[in-house]
Design a protein. Structure first.
Length: 481
């Protein structure tokens, strides 16, 4: 069995089965695309307009392109036509095309997810800049919203490695932490100095092409850890309890992939009679593993616990638990780092202002999870998987609660400095107003401004005294302007 099969649940930028390359009828590479389902592909409208045979006009362009699955040798290419069309607007917005293939593939589609807090998230994309016909991967960091009407996500290039550039249009913007597709590359600056690129976030994609809503999963929460690896539950006998149960008996991996192209958003997926499927190992590789990578709980039913497929499933069950425990460890490390930063800022705030804000010290929540983490790591290979999974879920809930507590502490920190920031904003804005009225040399206003600024810059800052001085300056500025 391949290395990937031995570790089927670990995410890799090279393991996204939904990546596609688009060509026109003459064989020219047009750009990238995102397979959302066996018969649906998302790309940029301007990618389609470059195709040989494209003519403008009409609600939907009458042009055919070829869809090729990247790195999937056993998946044949197919033709596709435009089904949903949001052409580039005069100001640069939209630029989205939804394609329907003539023949469905046997590959799972991408999971689209809205990213609530995009700033500083690490992402990657896979495109086809000349002369790289086979494609290259590039990393970036999200810098927040921008572009026309604030519709785009700014993609700042990483310091090392390749960058997103011409040839990446239509590529999925993949969140490194969760593996979810959070947007689509739309454009790059073409000048020699700028290295920026831009992507369309999922919520804007849906706004312009509502049909993609059926492929949008739960939101990626703000900065919080979440388990990105699912759980495998193995049962023996005739009863399979799951939200959705599929009979695998006599069916191929390709058939089951099509059935599971839109798995339930919540709950679990069950496969009955897995050992009687056509090539059970292929079903585990091509159907079960992608579901677990997406965080699903998968129930596998076997009649014979000694069958080769049941033995392989048990190994995979422990692999999935190992990867999930590792992810939990990363979450504990994330919590420790966030606690440290929030605590440092809290201490600075307490020392910065008088009267001193009532901000208690933060509890060491991450330290409380270190011992359970060590126990979980040592028990993956010899403890009962079902029992270990229950314990892991309990500690995951504690981790999420700890991260929520740190978020709350950061909000309290922000509230403690809010008055100071508001006063500084008032002082700056009214100073600009007096300058506009030609009062920059006025001695009285200059004196009031200087006193207020010194009060705000003092360390520690007496907030009440600073408030009175800023209000005196604002009142005089209003009177004079």
């Amino acid at each position: 069995m391949s290395i990937e099969a031995e570790h089927p649940f670990r995410r890799s930028p090279d393991a996204d089965p939904w990546r596609v390359r688009l060509r026109d009828r003459d064989g020219n590479i047009l750009g990238a695309g995102i397979a959302l389902a066996p018969d649906a592909v998302l790309t940029c409208a301007h990618v389609i307009t470059r195709a040989a045979g494209y003519t403008a006009g009409g609600d939907v362009p009458d042009v055919t392109v070829t869809v090729e699955w990247v790195g999937q040798r056993d998946t044949p290419s197919t033709s596709a036509r435009v089904d949903g069309w949001a052409p580039t607007l005069p100001g640069g917005g939209a630029d989205i095309a939804l394609l329907r293939t003539t023949e469905p593939s046997d590959r799972p589609g991408a999971e689209l997810r809205r990213l609530r807090c995009p700033r500083d998230r690490r992402v990657h994309a896979f495109g086809f800049p000349p002369p790289h016909d086979f494609g290259v991967s590039a990393s970036a960091t999200l810098a927040g919203r921008g572009g026309p009407e604030g519709e785009w996500l700014q993609l700042d290039p990483s310091e090392n490695g390749d960058r997103i550039r011409k040839g990446f249009s239509g590529a999925g913007v993949v969140d490194d932490r969760t593996g979810a597709v959070v947007g689509m590359v739309v454009t790059t600056f073409q000048d020699n100095e700028s290295r920026l690129a831009w992507g369309i976030p999922v919520d804007v994609l849906q706004q312009h092409v509502p049909a993609i809503a059926e492929w949008i999963g739960p939101d990626v929460l703000c900065g919080n850890w979440e388990p990105v690896i699912g759980v495998i539950i193995i049962v023996y006998g005739n009863v399979v309890q799951a939200t959705q149960v599929v009979d695998a008996s006599g069916r191929s991996a390709a058939e089951l992939s099509r059935v599971m192209s839109t798995p339930p958003a919540t709950g679990s997926v069950g496969f009955a009679g897995l050992e009687h499927a056509e090539h059970p190992e292929e079903v585990l590789d091509d159907v079960v593993a992608p579901l677990v990578r997406r965080g699903a709980t998968v129930v596998l039913q076997f009649a014979d616990e000694s069958s080769p497929s049941a033995q392989l499933a048990r190994q995979w069950q422990r692999n999935a638990l190992q990867d999930r425990v590792d992810a939990f460890g990363e979450g504990v490390a994330q919590l420790a780092e966030q606690e440290l930063l929030a605590g440092r800022r809290r201490r600075r705030i307490r020392n910065r202002f008088t009267p001193q804000p009532q901000l208690p010290d933060l509890p060491a929540l991450a330290a409380e999870l270190e011992l359970p983490l060590a126990v979980l790591r040592s028990g993956v290979r010899d403890q009962d998987p079902a029992r270990l999974a229950r314990a892991l879920r309990n500690y995951e809930r504690r981790l999420v609660a700890g991260l929520n507590a740190v978020n709350q502490a950061n909000e309290e920190n922000d509230a403690a400095v809010m008055l100071h920031e508001r006063l500084r904003g008032l002082l700056i804005s009214y100073n600009a107003k007096t300058v506009q009225h030609g009062l920059m040399e006025d001695e009285r206003l200059s004196e009031l401004f200087r006193d207020a600024r010194l009060a705000l810059d003092a360390d520690p800052c007496d907030l009440e005294a600073a408030r009175r001085l800023v209000e005196d300056y604002v009142a005089e500025a209003r009177r004079r302007t």
